[in-house]
Design a protein around this ligand. Structure first.
Ligand SMILES: *Cc1c(COP(=O)(O)O)cnc(C)c1O
Length: 371
């Protein structure tokens, strides 16, 4: 851009943004590390793949790809409204729940306006807030859980949004019903709480709030869900938000007219109807949690209880080194170093074979590093 004074046009809060850390494509890793069929346990995806019914629906829909998508996502909203017994005016569909996070932040956050998030939690919240020049108020987790008391004390008259990923990414922990009730009691009526329930399908903790229970009762609560995790459709990009119709109507005004593509809409409806694929996914995940937790404990690691499809593990070794050693063996995991957790890794539950491969490679890496 030499000769163009564009640097002056860009606000400092955008210049200071760090791009979301991209992963390498699997094919690239195969080449670079010379490994065959690497396994990816880094992004909390469904190892079984999409529902076969979703794949069928996608194939059928390809012939209509010359047409624009249904901008109102009519049938998908209808399917969701039937599933949950709610009205379509309470539902917003997004190109991933990422887009809904972005839209909510664009709707409510401006320079000098505050958004509260926990650290660590999903990275996208803070980056989106920064991209509109808002102020991030960051409250550390306490005992690996959202510290609702401190969050509540951090609210000022400039606070509009609080993001709570429940269950939390990357710890897998949940909020208790009692703590949440107290939190809502203490919270001003003009502060919105976004419950990001990306992993709620996996959650076996009955003592944690589900956002849906508050619909029609507490209009401060917005629930986000996604088809990327339990439903195995991460590549299609599809999420939905459930909220007071007033808020929904503002999101409808600022979103792009065709934000959710045709294949995603068709696949999602089919996936919602395929309860057997979902059940298979949950069963596999829960068995994998048992297996991996047991094996990892035997190896002297500390495994944190999880309500998701991933495990946070304290390996008492430098996580970045272990990440790189595992990569050489064709196992992609997540190092938590960038979150400031230098001895922690996050591992997605895979298929039975993938979990076994992870354990056997991890054993080898431990042997090598502890020599
Ligand atoms: C994966 C994840 C999402 C993103 O979901 P998309 O629908 O794929 O955008 C949102 N929140 C949390 C906490 C996640 O881990």
């Amino acid at each position: 851009m030499e000769g163009l004074p564009i640097e002056n046009y860009i606000p400092n809060y955008i210049k200071e943004l760090i791009p979301y850390p991209p992963g390498k494509p699997i094919e690239e890793l195969e080449r670079q590390y010379n490994v065959k069929n690497p396994i990816k346990l880094a992004s909390n995806e469904n190892p079984l793949g999409p529902s076969p019914k979703a794949i069928e629906a996608i194939k059928l829909a390809t012939k209509d790809l010359n047409r624009y998508p249904d901008g109102s996502a009519f049938y998908l909203k209808e399917a969701l409204s039937n599933k949950y017994g709610i009205s379509q005016e309470q539902i917003v569909i997004g190109n991933g729940s990422d887009e809904l996070i972005d839209l909510l932040i664009r709707l409510f956050i401006q320079p000098s306006i505050q958004c509260i998030t926990s650290h660590p939690s999903f990275l996208v919240y803070k980056k989106r807030v920064q991209s509109v020049g808002g102020e991030n108020i960051i409250v550390p987790l306490k005992n690996f859980r959202h510290d609702l008391v401190t969050i509540s004390k951090s609210v000022t008259d400039k606070t509009r949004l609080i993001f709570l990923d429940n269950p939390n990414n990357p710890t897998g922990s949940t909020i208790s019903q009692k703590d949440f009730s107290q939190f809502l009691n203490d919270l001003p009526e003009d502060v919105l709480v976004i419950l990001d329930e990306a992993y709620m399908e996996f959650c076996r903790d009955h003592d944690t709030p589900r956002g849906l229970e508050y619909l029609g009762k507490d209009s401060r609560i917005i629930t986000l869900r996604t088809f990327s995790k339990a439903y195995g459709l991460a590549g299609l990009r599809l999420g939905y938000g459930i909220m007071h119709p007033n808020i929904a109507s503002y999101i409808e005004r600022i979103r792009q007219p065709f934000n959710v593509n045709t294949l995603a809409q068709k696949a999602a409806i089919a996936a919602l109807n395929d309860t057997s694929h979902l059940e298979k996914t949950l069963q596999l995940t829960w068995e994998g949690i048992n297996y991996l937790s047991k094996q990892l404990k035997k190896l002297g690691c500390k495994v944190y209880p999880t309500n998701t499809n991933f495990l946070l593990i304290d390996i008492s070794l430098d996580a970045q080194t272990v990440y790189e050693e595992m990569l050489k063996k064709g196992v992609i995991i997540r190092s938590m170093s960038s979150y400031g957790f230098t001895n922690f890794i996050r591992v997605t539950i895979g298929t039975e074979d993938e979990n076994k491969k992870f354990i056997s490679c991890f054993k080898d890496v431990l042997k090598k590093l502890k020599k």
